[in-house]
Design a protein around this ligand. Structure first.
Ligand SMILES: NC(=O)c1ccc[n+]([C@@H]2O[C@H](COP(=O)([O-])OP(=O)(O)OC[C@H]3O[C@@H](n4cnc5c(N)ncnc54)[C@H](O)[C@@H]3O)[C@@H](O)[C@H]2O)c1
Ligand SMILES: N[C@H](C(=O)O)[C@H](O)COP(=O)(O)O
Length: 328
């Protein structure tokens, strides 16, 4: 099998992303890791953490080689302003976004086989005047895929979301029959094609407390969710269970045969997953024309440059990207 070429974006320069990338370089990898970042930033962070890293320039015309321990391949980008650990600086937001744009473009053109993203700070990017709600939405927009699916996976549990980074006040209106069906079709197709599950079993949460209690605690289940799921079952014979009350769905009785739980919104599903698997979970974007994985944590500004950040989720994200891209 040919060696894969994986783009790695460390994300927010003042956060733990650069620390974790130089820590990743301490081991060998069976893929070439093309880190899209300022080499001076990585050098200074490695020095601060007492780590050695040799940087090799990215050479697109040469075949990818497995990454040797102690090395990283670099596609260089220049910070706008020197980065200080833990201190956000909106001047560096264009740098962050340009690394993502480059990684997305090179994946779409087929030059890279996947992208693994470190954490960005959504707030500082918006403060710089760049509208940005998350990598998921950024890459979806760039690839002209209006609907993609955010799924986080940890051993024993996979949770996907119908809505992602929108205010809670907009969630109910965003859950339309069309959106729900589109999301489930992407989820179903990718679980088959990328994860090799023959007939994915999808458990679906209700939106309202106790899945609406027969309409007495909200009507979205009756008016939107149940008809949408029934159509999918009838037309495509999909193995869908629900909507079930979200508070009692996440128990072994259901989870033992669930391939995925579909939550209606971000904080309905992700706290459950992260409480079970923070540090060993990976965020995967389904429905993109390429493989994209990410860490389960944010920028952890409090830990930048301290050497205390846990590398576990970044390792999971890289391994998952290598595994999924090797199936292509
Ligand atoms: N993949 C991403 O780009 C991503 C994911 C989640 C959050 N974020 C963004 O990160 C920013 C900060 O978010 P937050 O404060 O809610 O979450 P956070 O994950 O940055 O921090 C939450 C807590 O977890 C700790 N923590 C985080 N990562 C850790 C690690 N690897 N090892 C040890 N401890 C760790 C932090 O020290 C903090 O106490 C926000 O802008 C948010 O949108 C980005
Ligand atoms: N929702 C993600 C999480 O909680 O881990 C996180 O915000 C990152 O999302 P993007 O991959 O879209 O940036």
């Amino acid at each position: 099998m040919s060696t894969k070429r994986i783009a790695v974006t460390p994300g927010e320069p003042a956060g733990i992303g650069p620390d974790l990338v130089v820590q990743l370089a301490q081991q060998a990898w069976p893929a070439e890791l093309v880190v899209c970042a300022d080499p001076e930033l990585l050098t200074s962070r490695a020095k601060r953490l007492g780590l050695q890293v040799t940087f090799r320039p990215y050479q697109p015309n040469q075949a990818p080689k497995p990454q040797e321990a102690g090395t990283l391949t670099i596609a260089p980008f220049k910070l706008v302003s020197e980065s200080i650990c833990g201190q956000l600086d909106e001047q560096n937001s264009t740098y962050v976004v340009e690394t993502l744009r480059y990684a997305g473009e090179k994946n779409m053109s087929g030059e890279f086989d996947a992208v693994v993203t470190g954490p960005v700070h959504k707030g500082i990017i918006n403060q710089a005047g760049i509208s940005f709600s998350g990598h998921t939405e950024f890459f979806a927009h760039q690839a002209n895929c209006p609907d993609v699916v955010m799924m986080l996976a940890t051993p024993g549990l996979q949770v996907a979301l119908v809505t992602t980074h929108i205010p809670l006040a907009y969630v109910a209106k965003a859950i339309t029959r069309q959106r729900l069906q589109h999301i489930i079709k992407i989820l179903h197709a990718d679980l088959i094609s990328k994860f090799g599950i023959v007939s994915p079993k999808i458990y679906v949460c209700g939106l309202n407390p106790h899945a609406g209690e027969d309409g007495h605690l909200g009507r979205e289940e009756i008016d939107v969710i149940i008809p949408a799921l029934n159509e999918l079952r009838e037309e495509f014979q999909m193995n869908i269970v629900g909507p079930l009350p979200a508070d009692t769905l996440f128990q072994p009785k259901y989870l033992q045969d669930a391939d995925v739980v579909l939550a209606m919104y971000h904080d309905q599903g992700l706290p459950v997953l992260k409480s079970q698997g923070f540090g060993k979970s990976v965020n995967i974007t389904l429905g993109l024309p390429y493989i994209r994985t990410s860490v389960d944590h944010g920028t952890a500004l409090d830990l930048a440059g301290t050497g205390k950040a846990d590398i576990g989720s970044f390792v999971c994200a890289l391994n998952k990207a290598i595994e999924l891209s090797s199936k292509n």
